[in-house]
Design a protein around this ligand. Sequence first.
Ligand code: FE2
Length: 387
Amino acid sequence: MARRLSTVAAAYQIAFAKVEKQTLSVLLNNVERRIPAAYVWDHKRHSTSPKTAPSLAPLIRWDPTQVTVNWSTGDQSEISAEWLAKHFAIPEKQSQRFPGSNGKIHWGSDYFSKIPTFDFQTLLKNDQHLLDLFDQLESHGILLVSGAKAESGQLRLLDARFGWLRYTINHAGYSNLMNVKTVENPTTLANTGRRLHLHVDFPFVTYTTSFRCLHCIQQVPRPRAGAGWYCDGFAVADHLRKEDPRAFDILSSYPIEFADSAQREHVQFSTKSWHPMLKLDEDKKQVEGVYISNHAQSSRYLARLKPSLFEWYAAYYQYTRLLHDPRFVIEVKLEPGQILVFENTRVLHGRPEFEARKGEVRHLESICFDRDAVYAKKRALLAKKAA
Ligand SMILES: [Fe+2]
């Protein structure tokens, strides 16, 4: 660690420093940084009071590695070149705030045979295996885990490894472990064998869950029956942007409404949320989230959009047609004991229709977890590794 700090210090040099009008000016690597006294006081953590900062005395000491300033309270602050570099010289865009979040690799249907498989038991005890999984999730948004027992509750073992699980709502109730199971009297579409168009889950809440795990406990034995479709929504959005920039513009500019509700004895809710179908990052360059769900989209709000309904629907169908294009969709049939992990607002999921025959059961268990949990865990593991 000490060696790394000295590398940073050598890379950044202070050539001049002065205090004037309660502003500290520092020439760092030939770029002048003008820093208000309040910022220095606040960030050097002399005080937790947000009300005021004392005055900076004009007398300071500096050398190429450090500036020492004096405060009217008698305190001193030492400001190193590396601290200045960390706070001022390194541009920080949204995509750079999170460890390993700027290397998205788009994929199409040929990625099916390349999806990497991680080992469930190794994930429970080996930090590097877990870090590799987080990297794969960040770059491609999809991966497989094998070696879990084909029994209920296995996903809960990942709770502490993935940070913390997310509670979600569905028509069966509030839980951090959900079941997708073909049953005789289903209350949700998920528990039938009907076709599901490619969609994301939980678009009807403001903070949509980031990642999902599907653990296969029981599977329909017939070929293809019970398989799922998966598609890289970012890759398709990129394709749309090149093919029809106007359609891309419409889908990324106007929020639409999503809603869901239940009124049962054990679960009552009425959710509403608004997202553009293609949500862009703060630089308005990259798509950072896809919000699409034909069973949760509310048509009421659409009529208030600025572009005409004709234009909006033309753009919408162009995107959904591309999503279902064989060039972009992969079909994965999970075997008992396998887990599919994917980024919910990037990798859209659905399934072809299958006949739910008597005596045959398709049973998946599912957990959700958020980006914050993954990054929190990842930062901690990286710090442990570097120590
Ligand atoms: Fe779903």
